[in-house]
Write a protein that binds this ligand. Sequence first.
Ligand SMILES: [Zn+2]
Length: 344
Amino acid sequence: MLLKNFRPQSKLVTKTTLVNKPKFPVIDAHDHLGEPFGGGWDKKPLNELLDLLDEAGVTHYVDLDGGWGEDILYRHLDYFKAKAPERFQIFGGVDWSKWESMGDGFADWAAGRLKAQKDAGAQGLKIWKPFGLHVKDDKGQLVKVDDARLNPIWEMAGELGFPVMIHVADPVAFFDPIDETNERWEEIGANPDWAFTSPPFPAFMEIMNGFFNLVKRHANTIFIGAHVGCYGENLDWVGKMLEDCPNYYIDFSARLGELGRQPYTARKFFIQYQDRILFGTDASPHLDSYRLFYRFLETDDEYFNYNTGENPGQGRWYVHGMYLPEDVLKKIYCENAKKVLKIL
Ligand SMILES: [Zn+2]
């Protein structure tokens, strides 16, 4: 038998709690609705989506797909926001490819586009992971996350009241050599372009320290660090950034695998930073995914798959629930997001 075919089945007999409805209404602050990650809901009847969200107990939904480009932003504003404005927020983005032709005027131009996106109905800014890894300036040089030339963009986001949902670098193992010690080896094997081994890529901490500078420097702009602040492997580090930057929040979408393998530390972290954490799944709308997140947050179930598929996707381990107190759950499910996303 090859090691890749090894699928041990746990013989552990412990309880399994089904949480069909969350204890409080849920705001999904990090998700997608189109392709490639959102399940193609922009091609399905809207009623089906609203029924699914109702059944999952999700009252509001942030669709980040406008960050891919303004054509998608406007399409999703038409398809979702215009028809059910009280249920959706759509975030816009920055078209980095224009830097080459815009030269020195790029940042002011991009800031101007944010204004136009807000006029069209966008309610936030999504920055994808190529920032810090692939985005280049007009000279063909890799752009650092805290490059001061981009200040007008972040300042404009603050002026417009746009929260900036940002994902840089993470996960840390994608920067390590791809060998028998890499804990995400199977995942990188299945997705070779997810490897950012440095060199040639910048080191993980170089990007993260730039991210810290960026958020600290733009204190009037709200930033939301995606996926446990882009460093779910090191909650101590994320906590320091939350302490240092009052304008900083995080979501924990797509990172049950990280949190649930350090359940004592994660529980303490969630209680300590209960005012700074937003719910999000990043799994597109699926009942099973939502229920998995509810189980993880609400129960003390032990050693379960953090994925809805047959195998855990991010690494060969299982997770433990955090059984958060009710007042903390309420903040994380909806109260914090209401504040950050200005939902009445
Ligand atoms: Zn996402």
